[in-house]
Design a protein around this ligand. Structure first.
Ligand SMILES: [Fe+2]
Length: 351
């Protein structure tokens, strides 16, 4: 059965992919479907037709032409752009709620969760990581917004992500604030599928050759650069802050093309799995719903990645502003889609 959803029908207090998930069997497959081609969690690929040198040159000239936007700090109460991590957006949402303040080429580079003081994340990174590992983080945010911080702490405690002592400490230390604004999330940063229009960056010079290889609809994607980790203290700090989760691979299937990465300097670590160093020219994918972090083992170096995300099972119809399920829905795991070339033309699985 084909599903079709018009974005205009999605209520203001939901995001498109969640709204669609609730009306289909998507959650069932997310919980039960396993890939058939591999049981590896971190996958690497090549695409022999892509000329790495030309990719590197085009990324450089893209930064010269369009600039560099530091990632917006999402944890603090103040809005500032990170100096070490940032880049350029490959896609944008023409109906983005914050377009007055954020230009299209910066839309997928963070937005502050400015509805409350989130110092407790910065001050309790270990607790925050256990909340993510228990996969409670998304509900945790919703509870913070809807019912207040204390409700969210208790929720994490009930699900055993935090201990009795930690709960006591958090309740004493942090005020019970909640969002007093209206609960609108459609067309905000959380609405991953609404970043579906291409910016000029994605087709800049040779990058258009890569864009052409994609068979699925782009969503939240970026050209990302991590740079200038001045000393070991900064490096360790950045590594500690980097643990996070993104959407499930069924909602957002991501593949990273490593553009520049000096030897044994940068990599990706998956919780409960391993650490993997990035090699320029290789493409990497994993289920970003698993807690993970990019890491740096060396200082004073730069890493550049093209981070492409697609919606694996729903294709976007621009003319109708609608999402329609494709032939892979409920049939093929997104990891198998990568391996079998259903997402990127000519991609070859290495391991
Ligand atoms: Fe991530």
């Amino acid at each position: 059965m084909k599903h079709k959803f018009y974005v205009k029908d999605c209520p203001e207090d939901d995001v498109v992919h969640t709204w669609i998930r609730k009306q289909t069997d998507l959650q069932y497959y997310m919980d039960n479907m396993k890939p058939v081609n591999t049981d590896k969690k971190f996958l690497s690929f090549t695409q022999p037709n892509i000329d790495l040198l030309k990719v590197q040159q085009s990324c450089e000239s893209a930064f010269e032409k369009f600039g560099f936007f530091g990632f917006l700090n999402i944890y603090g109460s103040e809005m500032f752009r990170d100096e070490t991590y940032g880049g350029l957006s490959l896609v944008y949402n023409p109906n983005y709620k914050f377009q007055k303040n954020i230009e299209p080429n910066a839309q997928t580079l963070g937005y502050p969760r400015n509805n409350m003081d989130l110092d407790f994340v910065i001050e309790n990174l270990d607790i925050w990581k256990s909340i993510m590992v228990a996969e409670l983080d998304k509900h945790f945010w919703r509870r913070c917004t809807k019912y207040g911080k204390h409700n969210a702490f208790k929720y994490a405690h009930e699900h055993k992500a935090i201990t009795d002592e930690q709960l006591k400490m958090l309740l004493e230390k942090y005020k019970d604030e909640k969002n007093i604004k209206e609960f609108i999330i459609k067309n905000t940063y959380q609405d991953s599928w609404s970043f579906n229009h291409l910016t000029d960056v994605i087709n800049h010079e040779y990058l258009s050759e890569i864009t052409k290889l994609f068979k699925r609809s782009f969503i939240r994607s970026r050209l990302a650069k991590l740079q200038q980790l001045d000393n070991d203290e900064v490096r360790k700090n950045v590594n500690d802050y980097m643990w996070h989760r993104d959407d499930s691979i069924f909602v957002e299937a991501r593949i990273n093309l490593s553009v520049t990465s000096p030897e044994n300097a940068f990599g990706m670590e998956l919780e409960g799995d391993d650490r993997y160093y990035l090699q320029p020219g290789k493409w990497y994918s994993w289920d970003t719903g698993i807690t993970h972090r990019p890491f740096a083992d060396k200082t004073k170096l730069t890493r550049t990645n093209l981070v492409y995300a697609v919606s694996p099972w729903f294709d976007y119809i621009k003319e109708e502003d609608a999402w329609v399920s494709n032939e892979f829905f409920g049939k093929k795991h997104p990891i198998d889609m990568f391996i079998e070339g259903d997402i990127v033309e000519g991609l070859e699985f290495i391991s």
